[in-house]
Design a protein around this ligand. Structure first.
Ligand code: PLP
Length: 463
């Protein structure tokens, strides 16, 4: 056995060392013991990994300090803020939409105090949590009625269960999507108790394909936004107007899973493929389902909007209780929706919309400022480069947004190691590696996050 391994002290011996023993007064005995065990485990791994390891002076004050650092790191919450420098605005792994200050304030108020969540203040009788934001959604989308649940996946499941359980749902083969891992539309339809009738081909589905498939068991025509892929070339699908007419003639419900769901036209920012919810309902779609935390820019939520009679049925569904939205998300959603109404300008107030509509010159200026601050950090090379940012969140897969990145390279560390260190810091920073370098995209970073990036790279360069 390696002699260094034999020379590692026992945990109980170390606990007797005065500097270590004094830590127990400030931190718990368990925490000090755990820090010692982790330190010794790390040393053992390093020794077994080969080479001679510089063993610390276990009796020294710096050694005790290193334990304190470990204990403090262990006290950090597991779920914590990170800096999104990926250039993907709605990043599902990074918690999707940032909330507006107004939404944060609303959550704060509702979290800290009792609220009228399910109390009608006029009558003093029981009220419904679903009433608080319904009128706002109707106003913003032109819908007759709306219902809010936990997320869009729940909205799709509830809508199908409530309208098509035991009956047939017709969907185009070009729209049988999978979203984020375990959400596959054919499986969701099956789980809701409905039977899927696939029509058409991957690239082409005609109105007659739908019409020919309708029988007396059919309840729903389901359209889905092919939000995370694109079929290009020789393609066609019937218009919403045509599908709506077919649905009306055959007494069916036309519903559409929009995924993202935008409330305002984003074409001026080069994003032309996301139809506005109000236009979809106007075209005759009976029910739409969309997310609260994608392009809407609010909290996790699923919104069902459309025909009053259908939504009245969904409100009575026994499973609604299991899918219901919680009060904090509801508070944030209501506050976010209000930012779409006068006197507000949603492009200026909703962070997701601000990130995607921010003029390129402002993004470049942020990149230049960061690069300027990093110029003083020894050992890192920085360069400002044009880059491509994305909306993300399963929306607009092909359309990128012009952006600028600060490209960081270290003489001492490969890009992967630099990326690992930045992710492992007190304020984790997530960038992307491209052409062997670490790119920090400035369209998804805010000005007030720049000092944290400078501090993190400074700390890494100093070690
Ligand atoms: C993202 C998405 C969903 C799921 O939305 P969640 O809010 O994550 O549940 C459903 N359908 C489509 C088309 C989507 O893009």
């Amino acid at each position: 056995m390696n002699s260094q391994l034999r020379h590692l002290p026992q945990i109980d011996t170390l606990l007797q060392q005065p500097h270590v023993a004094s830590l127990v007064a400030t931190y718990s005995h368990d925490e000090v013991r755990r820090a010692l065990r982790e330190t010794l485990d790390q040393l053992r791994r390093d020794i077994r990994g080969g080479g001679v390891v510089d063993l610390p002076d276990f009796a020294s004050e710096p050694f005790a300090h290193s334990l304190v650092d470990r204990i403090k790191a262990g006290r950090q919450p597991n779920l914590r803020p990170v800096i999104n420098a990926t250039g993907i605005i709605i990043h599902t792994n990074l918690g999707r939409a940032r909330l507006a200050p107004e939404a944060l304030q609303a959550m704060d108020q509702i979290a800290a105090r009792p609220s009228n969540l399910e109390l009608n203040l006029k009558t003093g009788k029981r009220g419904s949590r679903y009433d608080h934001a319904e009128a706002l959604i109707c106003q913003l989308t032109g819908a007759e009625a709306a219902l809010i649940v936990n997320n869009c996946a729940a909205a799709v499941v509830l809508a199908l269960m409530g309208t098509a359980a035991g009956r047939k749902v017709i969907a185009s083969r070009g729209e049988l999507i999978e979203i984020g891992g375990s959400f596959r539309l054919p499986d969701v339809i099956a789980q809701s108790g409905a039977e899927l009738k696939e029509v058409g081909a991957t690239n082409k589905t005609r109105l007659s394909d739908y019409a020919d498939a309708v029988d007396e068991d059919t309840a729903v025509l389901l359209k889905s936004h092919t939000s995370n892929f694109r079929i290009v070339g020789f393609t066609s699908a019937p218009s919403r107007n045509d599908l709506a007419q077919l649905a009306a003639e055959r007494d069916l419900i036309l519903m559409e899973d929009l995924g993202s769901g935008v409330l305002i036209d984003l074409a001026p920012f080069g994003l032309r493929d996301e139809p506005v919810v109000a236009d979809i309902l106007k075209a005759g779609v009976d029910l739409v389902m969309f997310s609260g935390d994608k392009l809407l820019g609010g909290p996790q939520a699923g919104i069902i909007a459309g025909r009053e009679d259908i939504i009245a049925g969904l409100r009575k569904h026994p499973l609604l209780r299991a899918l219901r939205i919680d009060k904090l998300s509801l508070a944030a959603l209501e506050a976010t929706l209000r930012l779409y109404l006068p006197p507000h300008d949603p492009l200026a107030r909703v962070p997701v919309l601000r990130a995607l509509s921010q003029p390129l010159a402002e993004v470049e200026s942020r990149a230049q400022r960061l690069a300027g601050s990093l110029a003083a950090v020894k050992g890192v090379d920085v360069e400002v480069m044009a880059s491509a940012a994305y909306v993300g969140g399963g929306s607009l897969p092909q359309q990128d947004l012009d952006s600028f990145s600060v490209v960081v390279a270290s003489a001492a560390l490969p890009a992967e190691t630099l990326a690992d260190r930045l992710r492992g810091g007190m304020v984790p920073i997530v960038g992307r590696i491209h052409q062997g370098k670490l790119w920090l995209d400035m369209r998804t970073v805010t000005d007030d996050e720049l000092p944290d990036i400078v501090a993190a790279l400074g700390a890494i360069a100093a070690t």
